[in-house]
Write a protein that binds this ligand. Sequence first.
Ligand code: ZN
Ligand code: ZN
Length: 350
Amino acid sequence: MRAMQIIEFGKPLELREYPTPEPKGKEVLVRVTACGVCHSDLHLWSGEFDLGEGEVLRLKDRGMKLPFTMGHEPLGTVEVLGPDADGVEVGKSYIVYPWIGCGECGVCQRGDELLCLNPQVIGTRVDGGYADYVIVPDAKYLIDYTGVSENLACTYACSGLTAYSALRKVGELTEDDYVMTIGAGGVGLSAVHFANAVTPAKIITADIDGTKRASARQVGAYETVDNSEADAVQKVLEMTGGGAAATIDFVGRPETSRFGIDCLRKGGRQVQVGLYGEKAGIPLPFFPLKMISMIGSYVGSLEEMHELMELVKQGKVPPIPVEARPLEAVNSALDDLTAGHILGRVVVKP
Ligand SMILES: [Zn+2]
Ligand SMILES: [Zn+2]
């Protein structure tokens, strides 16, 4: 089988040939027919996260070994079942839920696989979908997507799920409350799209780009704000009558997280989602004085994936634009993502 692999961090991926793996035990061999190219691949590809002020998180120090096949949004046809695998049909196509734990530790046994300290995530920890085949450790990670096109369906395993799980974390709100989303790029915009299926609160969207604010309005934002303006915080406090009940930072830069915190009402909650990087300067007295909290959200659980697909099948999640390219063109997709030239999602087709 072919795989487009990281041979050296930051260098173009290279096509390599390997024997097609054979599924053992409960494993399932899936022939990949579509795989989304995600912004977070840029971090894996470079091998590092910028933690700010010269501090860098290096993935090779975290056990990442090369060559490696990225691709954590695979979708494809079940080709071979391991001797103990069941629950899926050979020849049928499924989304692969990639956020898999070791399956053996206490948190995995409890069903909190996302919290596993020994994650086995397809495309970030074990070889992923920029290849002809992936091995899925258990049929329970294969998700039906009847009624949705495969190029769109594969994107739900990461960008759709990330938006959904972040929205779930705003807490119990009412239609009199406000949630402010910061950043109306891919994931942030899809969150605005289907927010009303998850929370009754009114959505305010902040972005420094007027085109993106206009898109947010089109897909249902109640109000938008340009967070580069000097009086942006004041505007949000006025719009909301004292602050948003929750803010979701889909960017993850120092200025966006500070902006979100400044726009919270007393008792409010900020959900950090974006992985842009660097360090935030947030005044610590705000936390006790305003009794606010800040929580992180990373992708979503298998249970949330099933909930999201229910909304998708009910037509409550409008499609994002997707563009298909051949597997060998994954380097062009990574370059375009780096340059910020992608609207929606690029999907590679092995
Ligand atoms: Zn992703
Ligand atoms: Zn585990």
